[in-house]
Design a protein around this ligand. Structure first.
Ligand code: SF4
Length: 350
């Protein structure tokens, strides 16, 4: 039984729109999760940078102290990780987290160069809430006639195609618009006096915009509708209808193995799925030279290469018992019907 959705955070909105089932299942899992978690070196660096920014905007200290403050934040953040040996892991982070030093230097550059709102009061990591939306704004500044909301991003802000900038990532815009919506509804400031800023930490990227009253009203209706539609289907027990399988979200979803909607789509629309296969039958024996199997799905042949023998034997046995096996995280060879087994490939009977 899935619990109903009561509120969402701005960063969740785009993934919620992409697949309501994934969002609902993720929300249910996160209920009761503790603060301690496994070391994820990529997200750890993002959290560390946010901690450093928060400390600076709270204290506005002399930036000659930056190295010392950075190190103090690193030690503090590491307490939330389950570390085997604290010293070793801290050294590991410094040398092996991608772009640790460039990102540290860029953080200092942001603190040196980012101009604060003239005459404004600063609130770093400000908790905000309105009706069914809640979140934490990285940097909230308010003066007599203006509010500025800044969200710091460690990733690249813009999407590119053929070397051309084709716009800021939709998820970032939606997230900022949602913060703007909360502030618009709770402060009484006019929409045009709320500035929304996305600031990239990796380079000098910055994107600033405002929304209109109408855009905020429409945004609120969209959020209400998303939550209401989801809860109606949960109430009716029709959770399968919440699923909208698409490769760009399913490929990275933790619920692949227990999602009948995904299995149905992979079974019937093979061509849409590059990384996932549903195997019903292997009508060949293991080939030590090729390390490959050819399978026929819906009259189309798919080859899987580099499959380890023990996995081949295991899958074949399950197929012979009349069971379908879902295989994920395959690597599609460009312009071919060949998929390669990868270190990340997983499989399970569905
Ligand atoms: S596997 Fe795809 S369709 Fe199923 S819950 Fe995950 S994202 Fe949604």
């Amino acid at each position: 039984m899935i619990n109903k959705i009561e509120k969402i955070s701005p960063s969740m909105l785009v993934s919620f729109e992409k697949c309501k089932l994934k969002f609902s299942l993720d929300s249910n899992i996160s209920v009761g999760r503790g603060y301690s978690h496994e070391l994820n070196i990529n997200s750890f660096l993002g959290s560390l940078i946010h901690k450093v920014l928060e400390t600076y905007y709270k204290e506005i200290y002399d930036l000659k102290l930056f190295d010392y403050k950075w190190e103090a934040s690193l030690i503090e953040m590491s307490k939330y990780l389950r570390l085997e040996s604290e010293d070793d892991v801290l050294e590991y982070i410094k040398y092996w987290v991608p772009a640790y030093y460039p990102k540290k230097i860029n953080t200092l550059k942001i603190l040196t160069n980012y101009k604060l709102l003239a005459g404004g009061i600063i609130y770093p990591e400000k908790k905000v809430h309105y009706k069914n939306v809640y979140g934490i704004i990285d940097l909230y500044e308010i003066s007599d006639d203006k509010i500025r909301i800044t969200d710091f991003k460690t990733g690249i802000l813009f999407n590119t195609e053929d070397g051309m900038n084709i716009g800021v990532k939709e998820a970032y815009i939606e997230q900022l618009k949602t913060y703007g919506y909360i502030i618009y509804q709770t402060t009484g400031f006019q929409a045009q006096n709320i500035e929304l800023v996305i600031k990239g930490l990796g380079n000098n990227e910055i994107y600033s915009f405002n929304c209109t009253h109408e855009e905020y009203v429409e945004h609120g209706i969209k959020i209400d509708n998303l939550i209401n539609e989801t809860n109606t289907l949960i109430d009716l027990g029709n959770t399968n209808l919440l699923a909208t399988p698409k490769a760009d979200i399913c490929d990275f979803c933790n619920h692949q193995f227990k999602c009948p909607a995904l299995h149905f789509s992979v079974r019937n629309q093979l061509e849409k799925w590059e990384k996932i296969v549903l195997l019903e039958k292997i009508n060949t024996s293991f080939d030590f030279k090729e390390l490959s199997i050819n399978i026929i799905v819906n009259d189309k042949t798919v080859s899987i290469h580099n499959i380890p023998e023990k996995d081949f034997v295991m899958i074949k046995k399950r197929n012979e018992l009349g069971k379908e096996v879902l295989i994920t995280q395959l690597f599609q060879v460009h312009n071919s019907n060949v998929k390669k087994w990868s270190k990340l490939t997983k499989y399970i009977v569905v």
